[in-house]
Ligand binder design. Structure first.
Ligand SMILES: NC(=O)c1ccc[n+]([C@@H]2O[C@H](COP(=O)([O-])OP(=O)(O)OC[C@H]3O[C@@H](n4cnc5c(N)ncnc54)[C@H](O)[C@@H]3O)[C@@H](O)[C@H]2O)c1
Length: 505
């Protein structure tokens, strides 16, 4: 049963309710109801005709009837007429099962927008109405100023307010939900059907995570086997894959079995690769347990393992059936792993969601909100570029510098720390090229410091540069880096000069 709250978008005429509502509904994979269009479809008349035949009161009565009906339903995105929720009783009714959001625009903007659509009833008298409705709109707790924002940006802002599932659209026209909450694993059995866990399930986890959460999860699900693999990147390889295949065959896994990856990015990538290949592919559910895997590796469909010759050389695209993120498991995550995950969160903040840079959101009790906002950046990128042909590269901000640190130190520096240093270097280079100012560089350095991440490393710059030049993202030996064009905006820069890079190293 769908128990999600409705998302109800209201606000003055011309505020963008219908356009934003349509985008939001597509983004969240929900049904969209435009109240004015619904009233027109049901009555067989246009809104101006209804006003002429029945007067404003006749129209309001139709609106009230529709509100009473919609307020009892779930999971819809609803765009109301501008006057629909001015009445206290109607607003309360919609609010009982719905999240109401009011879109605001200045009088000047409304004037400009209405100039293009004067056929709306009441448009002639709009200024008086605008003033008269302000006190009712002000009673709505979620207010969004639309000035200077695209409808897509406004929809993204509303999606964050909603605490229901996020949704990722995949290139095959389908998609999958990401469910985020605190304590989800304790109630997962109740949702087994919806999450694709009601049949035979094989849970793959590692020696660290299985005793903490795997055994409990296996016991809670109706028919589950648990396969435990060794912990660590050193085991993200074909030997482990082979071992999982063997154990799956031994426990009778077939094409109807669902594989659950329960662990950090290493388990997610390895088990995901098994799901992509076992009997030509079986259903996969990702249950990430590190901050990094929650905001990054569990979403987007990239799975794979390492070869002795290099990382992630064998892989596939395998979209999960669902991603279940229980932020309660972060309580047992070692502090170093939290900090390393935060390096990726900050990167997401810099390339797409500046709110992530606010320290208030880094507190443990805010984890669900933090993950939600950070994973939304990943969703936005992978939906546009599912196969890494273009802007998905933005997720590599700081990574070419960082990978080179890992390589030059023989993986003596943890990935997240290397990414933190790399992000600072990318910011310095962005400033030297005139893209961003000193203040933003200083802010990034301070953020890393507040989280407990390093911002520099004593490493010979020639060795560092040489390690960067082997990065597979440098095309045909041409320096190519992801840099910051502005806060919240990354860009691919090609043809960089060696001396410019050496300066920041
Ligand atoms: N597929 C992708 O798109 C993608 C993206 C980024 C990174 N990755 C991959 O992800 C991997 C790194 O993932 P990671 O940082 O999650 O490391 P990880 O999987 O090695 O986990 C880090 C450590 O934390 C432990 N752990 C996990 N959850 C825990 C919990 N809740 N409580 C206590 N301990 C816990 C693990 O056992 C491990 O020892 C790399 O292999 C990287 O290549 C993949």
């Amino acid at each position: 049963m769908n128990t999600q709250k409705n998302i109800v978008i209201t606000g003055f005429m011309g505020a963008g309710k219908t356009t934003v509502g349509e985008i939001l509904a597509r983004k969240l994979n929900r049904r969209f109801v435009d109240m004015d269009a619904e009233i027109e479809a049901r009555s067989g008349f246009t809104i101006p005709q209804i006003f002429r035949r029945h007067g404003e009161e006749g129209f309001r009565e139709m609106e009230r009837r529709l509100i009473r009906e919609l307020a009892l339903r779930h999971g819809l995105v609803i765009a109301t007429g501008g006057g629909a929720l001015v009445d206290d009783e109607m607003r309360e009714m919609m609010g009982r099962h719905g999240l109401i959001v009011c879109l605001n625009a200045s009088k000047e903007e409304i004037r400009a927008r209405l100039a293009q659509s004067l056929d709306r009833p009441l448009a002639a008298d709009w200024e008086r109405l605008f003033d008269a409705r302000q006190s009712a709109y002000a009673k709505i707790s979620h207010q969004i100023m639309t000035s200077g924002k695209t409808p897509r940006e406004i929809a993204a802002e509303i999606a964050i307010l909603d605490d229901g599932a996020l949704y990722v659209r995949t290139p095959d026209g389908g998609g999958y939900p990401i469910i985020i909450g605190n304590g989800l694993l304790r109630i997962i059995a109740e949702e087994a059907e919806e999450l694709g866990l009601a049949g035979h399930v094989v849970i793959v986890s590692n020696e660290t995570v299985a005793p903490l959460y795997g055994e409990r999860l296996a016991a809670a699900l109706p028919r589950a086997d648990l396969i435990i693999v060794p912990d660590g990147e050193a085991h993200k390889n074909l030997d482990t894959v082979r071992r999982i295949y063997d154990e799956m065959l031994a426990c009778g896994a077939d094409r109807t079995t669902t594989l659950v990856a329960l662990g950090g990015g290493v388990v997610g990538d390895t088990a995901g690769y098994v799901a992509a290949t076992y009997m030509r592919g079986i259903q996969l559910v990702q249950i990430p347990t590190t901050l990094l895997s929650m905001v990054d590796s569990s979403v987007g469909g990239k799975v794979g393992v390492d070869l002795p010759q290099g990382k992630n050389l064998i892989g596939a695209f395998k979209q999960p059936r669902s991603v279940v993120i229980d932020t309660e498991v972060l309580e047992t995550l070692p502090p170093l792993q939290w900090r390393c995950g935060m390096a990726e969160v900050i990167k997401h903040g810099l390339i797409g969601q500046p709110a992530l840079l606010e320290p208030g959101l880094w507190q443990p009790e805010q984890a669900a909100q933090l993950v939600r906002q950070a994973v939304q950046v990943k969703i936005d990128v992978v939906e546009i570029d599912p196969y890494e042909a273009g802007i998905r590269a933005h997720l590599n901000l700081g990574h070419t510098f960082g990978h080179a640190i890992e390589k030059a130190t023989h993986y003596g520096v943890p990935h997240g720390e290397a990414v933190a240093i790399g992000t600072v270097k990318a910011a310095l280079l962005s400033r030297n090229l005139g893209f961003i100012d000193d203040d933003l560089v200083a802010r990034i350095q301070t953020i890393m410091w507040q989280i407990g991440l390093p911002t520099n490393i004593a490493l010979d710059s020639h060795r560092w540069y040489a390690a960067m030049a082997t990065d597979k993202k440098w095309q045909a030996g041409e320096p190519r880096l992801i840099l910051l064009r502005a806060l919240g905006e990354a860009t691919i820069v090609e043809g960089l000069r060696r001396e410019d890079i050496m300066t920041v190293l």
